[in-house]
Unconditional design. Structure first.
Length: 276
């Protein structure tokens, strides 16, 4: 379908960058432009949304603007300590007040009212928030414990129906206010103020092959390669991307030689941190 659109009207492709829909009567209908902003460990859901709604995927740490060029925004982000990761928190603070915003949150343990917190936070900062959704995904904040692989597979399988239900609601352009729930701002802001210290407890074992993957994928530029050694700074955002994605499992937490790491089996590693 999109190939026909591009062939027939290449100038429109430049104008709205892939947000075209070819209707049954052969005429072009301009779909409201959507852009999907995502943070670490949300690529699987973002790709599913794009496959159903179109638009463009932008990695939040790569983006510097206020998104005023986009009419509709879908923010896909994990929940951290009953709230938002630093990058997502700052993005919502800086986004313009006109773009229509939907937020899709994913969590592995407890949501803890993070959807209500996110909605209120957006409203308090005069953002045009239309809805916040939450859904369970495999747990990946597993520094001190592991989750059974069979459980992760079950959660991942169930997630498709849940995200498709959310996509359908977004497609309806309605307002979806999360149900009232107790929020945990005190815990969130306490933990948020200490996330930069998480990397202080990371160390690198001798089996490191110095591939540079951790340096390349860190959203906070917190990891560097100096004097033939991997070095962690104090800007960590606790995403654990380096920990889970190290091909040698050479990055360890508090010197624990823990084997359990999680990578979504349906994600292409080359797409992580990219815009497309």
């Amino acid at each position: 379908m999109y190939a026909n659109v591009i062939k027939c009207a290449p100038h429109l492709q430049t104008l709205i960058s892939g947000s075209l829909l070819l209707t049954f009567n052969g005429t072009f209908e301009i779909y409201s432009y959507r852009v999907i902003f995502l943070f670490v460990f949300s690529l699987y859901l973002s790709k599913r949304i794009k496959s159903k709604l179109g638009g463009k995927i932008i990695y939040i740490p790569n983006y510097q603007g206020d998104a005023s060029e986009f009419e509709k925004i879908i923010v896909v982000s994990p929940i951290y300590s009953f709230g938002l990761p630093v990058h997502t928190y700052n993005f919502l603070l800086n986004v313009n007040s006109n773009s229509k915003i939907y937020v899709v949150l994913n969590y592995g343990g407890m949501a803890g009212g993070a959807d209500v917190f996110t909605y209120n936070y957006a409203k308090e900062n005069n953002k045009n928030i239309l809805g916040v959704f939450k859904m369970l995904m495999p747990e990946n904040y597993t520094l001190t414990f592991s989750t059974p692989s069979i459980y992760n597979k079950m959660i991942l399988k169930k997630s498709l129906k849940k995200i498709d239900d959310i996509i359908l609601k977004i497609k309806q352009n309605g307002v979806f206010i999360p149900k009232k729930a107790k929020t945990n701002e005190k815990i969130y802001f306490t933990n948020k103020s200490n996330w930069h210290l998480v990397a202080n407890d990371f160390s690198v074992k001798e089996n490191c092959v110095k591939c540079g993957k951790c340096v390349e994928n860190c959203p906070a530029n917190n990891i560097s390669f100096e004097n033939e050694e991997i070095t962690f700074k104090d800007n960590c955002v606790a995403c654990l991307g380096c920990y889970h994605r190290c091909p040698q499992k050479a990055i360890v937490y508090k010197h624990r030689n823990k084997k359990g790491r999680y990578i979504n089996p349906f994600i292409n590693e080359n797409e992580i941190g990219m815009n497309f």
